[in-house]
Design a protein around this ligand. Sequence first.
Ligand code: FE
Length: 183
Amino acid sequence: MNIIDEIKGLFSKRGGSQYGGEAITQQEHALQAAWLAEKADASATLITASLLHDIGHLVHNLPDNAPDSGINDQHEELGVRWLARYFGADVTEPVRLHVAAKRYLCAVEPDYLVALSPASAQSLQLQGGPLSPDEVQSFESSPFLRDAVNLRRWDDKAKKVGLPTPDLAHFLSYTKTVVSDSN
Ligand code: FE
């Protein structure tokens, strides 16, 4: 099966599951994140990363409400492992860093921390809380800092109940153009 069909299959099987403690589905969240990236004129790789940033939630079998049980599902690492078979670092690194970017923004922008949704504030604790000053410094040296922070901001906004978006096929047209040559 090619990667595009695999992605479609994952969304049709698991995309209807609830997105964390929010009132939307995983697929609605993914499409909204990708749409915000597209509207910001992001590259095809960053639109793809935005669409697939939570694919880790679709490849594990933990319940949607794992954080309620004190479980950090480590979905960013699972997602990266899955994506690295088909995509380069310009897709996988922003995905890997999207949780660290939240911890980073909590450390450097006090307003960001207080504006987190209740579900996001709950998972922050499981993810290790705001980054320490040393961690902030090392995060800022990442060549993917900007992409990861942009993705994070779209991720945070991609929770609008009932918002119409272009469909999955629309965004997969970007994904097709950025699959690694070796695959
Ligand atoms: Fe997300």
